[in-house]
Design a protein around this ligand. Structure first.
Ligand SMILES: Nc1ncnc2c1ncn2[C@@H]1O[C@H](COP(=O)(O)OP(=O)(O)OP(=O)(O)O)[C@@H](O)[C@H]1O
Length: 305
């Protein structure tokens, strides 16, 4: 598979403290990749090394088949940092024109591209307003617009939807999905696991500076679905049938918790209850499977080193 990012034992030490340790990451081209880990795990450190804001202590990386620091590649990368600082006194238009100049765009190209990204992030018509009058969500859209200015092949986004309301989040998801459809690769740092689950093709989990799991969402989610059922007229026979369908089954009075391998197993559970003469009052897929995986893999919580 063609990779947009490959890292080889990429390591960053802050004095004696480990930021990232021997990271070997593979991010396929044209995909949305979720990079997940608890606070202080090393996510920002890795992204900063990849976009050229930090020098690695050791190890190597290839971005779009070129080594770190390659100036040609930098022109094909967009980056939205987590705490993007805005020039409050500028209007949205001025902010974007300033960033477009930093990307080396000029004249008609600058005007055209600024107009396009304003439209894309839903800020068209608001560009004459000063940034200090923008809501948090509008600021985040402005940050995303800046990152999109160079029409990047590879886009790094650090918590791009954290300040947005549900509609804003959906809008950003739609933008990211349309960027993927046009062949772009998106590297997404996010704590919003339900969001990640909706759009990411692959994920990696990092903890204490080390990658502990990575792969396609489909592969990682296998065997991780928990279904809760409220059942009436439960019989021993029905429990036996459900046990044979599930990887594990817990029975607490009339509530059953079944762990199944695949999505296709869920209707089988319902069928077993109904054909076994039971009454199915409620059936819920418990929590996001990615959230469960995240908590199991990373142990949840903050890293206190
Ligand atoms: N400039 C620095 N000097 C010393 N230690 C640092 C520095 N920057 C980060 N660290 C440490 O490196 C580790 C990884 O930090 P990093 O900011 O990369 O984590 P993160 O996963 O991005 O966290 P968060 O989700 O909270 O933003 C942490 O232990 C952090 O304290």
């Amino acid at each position: 598979m063609d990779m947009a990012i490959k890292t080889f034992n990429l390591t960053k030490k802050y004095g004696t403290k480990i930021g990232c340790a021997e990271i070997c990451l593979r991010v396929p081209r044209g995909q949305i990749f979720g990079f997940l880990g608890p606070n202080g795990a090393g996510k920002s450190t890795l992204v900063k090394m990849l976009v050229g804001l930090l020098f690695p202590t050791s190890g190597k990386a290839l971005l779009l088949d070129r080594p770190l620091g390659d100036t040609g590649v930098r022109a094909r990368i967009g980056f939205l940092p987590e705490n993007f600082r805005y020039h409050d006194w500028l209007t949205g238009q001025q902010l974007l024109e300033f960033h477009a100049s930093l990307y080396g765009l000029s004249g008609t190209e600058k005007k055209r591209r600024v107009g396009e990204v304003l439209e894309l992030v839903g800020l068209a018509g608001r560009e004459r307003q000063k940034i200090h009058t923008y809501s948090k969500g509008m600021r985040q859209r402005a940050g995303l617009a800046c990152a999109l200015l160079p029409d990047p092949d590879l886009l790094f986004l650090d918590e791009p939807t954290s300040a947005l309301d549900p509609i804003g989040r959906r809008d950003v998801r739609e933008i990211l999905v349309s960027l993927r459809a046009s062949g772009k690769t998106i590297f997404l740092n996010s704590h919003l696991l339900s969001e990640v689950e909706l759009i990411c093709d692959a994920v990696a989990f990092i903890r204490q500076g080390k990658i502990i799991r990575q792969g396609s969402l489909e592969d990682l989610q296998t065997g991780d679905i928990t279904v809760e059922m409220k059942v009436g007229n439960l019989t021993r026979e029905m429990v036996n049938t459900l046990s044979s369908l599930a990887r594990s089954l817990e029975v607490r009075e009339n509530v059953l918790m079944a762990r199944v391998k695949r999505e296709e197993d869920i209707p089988r559970l319902a069928e077993a209850v109904v054909t076994g003469g039971g009454d199915l009052f409620e059936m819920n897929r418990k929590r996001s499977t990615l959230e469960e995986m995240f908590i199991r893999t990373t142990g949840g919580g903050e890293e206190i080193c």
